[in-house]
Structures are given as C-alpha cells and as structure tokens.
Design a protein. Structure first.
Length: 278
C-alpha cells in the first residue's frame, strides 16, 4: 500500500491514541446549531468531570494569558468561543499523549501557543484565542507519526541525528509527506474549522495558506522564535529558516520586538510552572 494512503487510512481509525470523549459527537452537533448557548453547551461538557477539569486548567494557563481566573465552563466558552472549546476537547487525548511521552514537544507547543497569542492580540486579529489554539496543535502530525507509525518514526529520528537534517525533511524522505500535512488531515477528520486546519497544514509554508496566510505566518514565526529560544524540543535541534512571505505579513520594529520578547519571557516562565505540575 502507498504510504500516504496508509497514513490517511490510519487517521480514520486511530488505535494508539486515546479514544475521543463520547460527548464530542454531541458537542459537534451543538456547535453547528446557531441557537445553542454557552450555558447549554457548558452543561453538556460539565457532565464529564475529567474533561471539565482539563478544560478549565488549560483555559487558565499562561498561553491564553487571561488576567482573571475562569471558574466555569460557560465563562470559558464565552471568552474563547465555540471553535476553540471544541478543538481543546477534541484534542485533549493528544495532550495526554504529549504530556506522558514527549514533554519536550508539549512544552514547545505551549510556548508556540503563548507567542502566537501575543502576536495575534497585537495585530488585532479577531478571535486571537483561535490562533493560540491552532499553534498549540500545529505539530500534532508529529504525535501521530510517533504513536501510529513507530517503525517509520525510528527511521526519521535516525536520519535526523545521523545526517543532521530537519525532521520534516526526514519525514518527506521516509513517508513521502510531512507532519504539517498529516496534522491538517487529522484536523479535517475531526471536522475542525479551516481557520485551524489550514494554518496547521501550512505552518512551514505559510505563503500557501490562502486567506489564512496571516494566521499561518504567526504560527510559523512562533515556531522559529520558540525553537531559537530553546524552550521545549520540536524533534530536531535546528532552527528552521524564516519564510520571507511570513515576515512581510508580521514584521515588527526593534522597539516592539523588545516589548514582545519581554512579554514572552514572562509567559514562558509562567508556563514552566504549569508544565512542571504534570
């Protein structure tokens, strides 16, 4: 079987990753209902105590950066919006895998989410929390490769270490596809909105993201900055080259850059405490 088709088939029936919570299908229906309220959606989520505690913990973490504590699911929904809540719920099982088996990638993802949130807010992007969430799961394809294709993953890691290439280059050679594309396919399988799935797919090639080029550019730059900062571990020790198209979308001056880095430094210090709790 062709490797790419094998990957797509496996995504339709993931086995190694934890099963999605049963309430997700119900939530998917509710999110599509124009008349649904935050209160009614919150009541469904709160029926699952584990999911509720995970959701509130993440909403109150530093990568969203809300100044006030959020104590109810309905308040979280109002602040974050249906798309973000749905995504955090759908991907909660992935977070469990990352926390237990790859804390370096988990920290890298949290750092990217924090930086993306800072940038999205400064650029006055509507629903900046969606940008943070897309950044949080931008490397979800790496989790799939490691969990579902361990034999290919071992070869990829070997190539990265032996030849000194980027992980995505090794993925392309071994699988014929990169983790960004795999992450985009998985996001589509989960019926996540294009505002999330397309930037995930093209976070290394933001110029290909069409109408979502600004979001993809923010995630692209966040990935590079967090790697250069040395926060977490993205799978290889190299800092990717910066896309000129992404920089043209997001570029900022020295003064603003210093402000952004100071804010990021504070966020990452807070996130370090958050990840140490797991």
């Amino acid at each position: 079987m062709d490797k790419i088709q094998e990957i797509k088939d496996r995504l339709k029936n993931l086995k190694s990753l934890p099963t999605l919570p049963p309430i997700v299908s119900r939530l998917n229906e509710m999110v599509e209902d124009e008349d649904v309220t935050a209160v009614s959606l919150g009541k469904v989520i709160e029926k699952d105590q584990v999911l509720t505690s995970k959701l509130l913990r993440m909403v109150n973490s530093s990568f969203f950066g809300f100044p006030q504590r959020i104590s109810t699911v309905s308040n979280a929904i109002v602040l974050l919006g249906f798309n973000v809540i749905k995504t955090l719920i759908v991907t909660s099982s992935i977070f469990d895998v990352m926390q237990s088996s790859d804390i370096g990638l988990w920290e890298h993802s949290l750092g990217c989410a924090a930086f993306s949130g800072i940038m999205a807010a400064r650029r006055n992007i509507k629903n900046p929390e969606e940008v943070s969430t897309a950044s949080l799961i931008h490397d979800i394809g790496k989790v799939v490769i490691r969990s579902e294709f361990p034999e290919y993953y071992a070869k990829i890691v070997e190539d990265v270490e032996r030849r000194g290439v980027f992980m995505r280059e090794a993925e392309e050679e071994v699988l014929g596809v990169q983790h960004g594309e795999i992450g985009g396919w998985l996001a589509d399988e989960w019926n996540l909105p294009e505002r999330l799935s397309i930037p995930i797919r093209f976070h290394h090639y933001p110029e290909k993201a069409g109408e979502f080029v600004e979001i993809a550019s923010i995630i692209h730059i966040s990935d590079i900055v967090i790697r250069a900062w040395g926060y977490g571990f993205g799978g290889d020790k190299w800092v990717p080259p910066l896309s000129h198209a992404a920089w043209e979308q997001i570029k900022f001056g020295k003064a603003e850059g210093r402000e952004i880095m100071e804010e990021l430094d504070l966020r990452l210090s807070e996130l370090k405490n958050f990840t140490m709790e797991f």
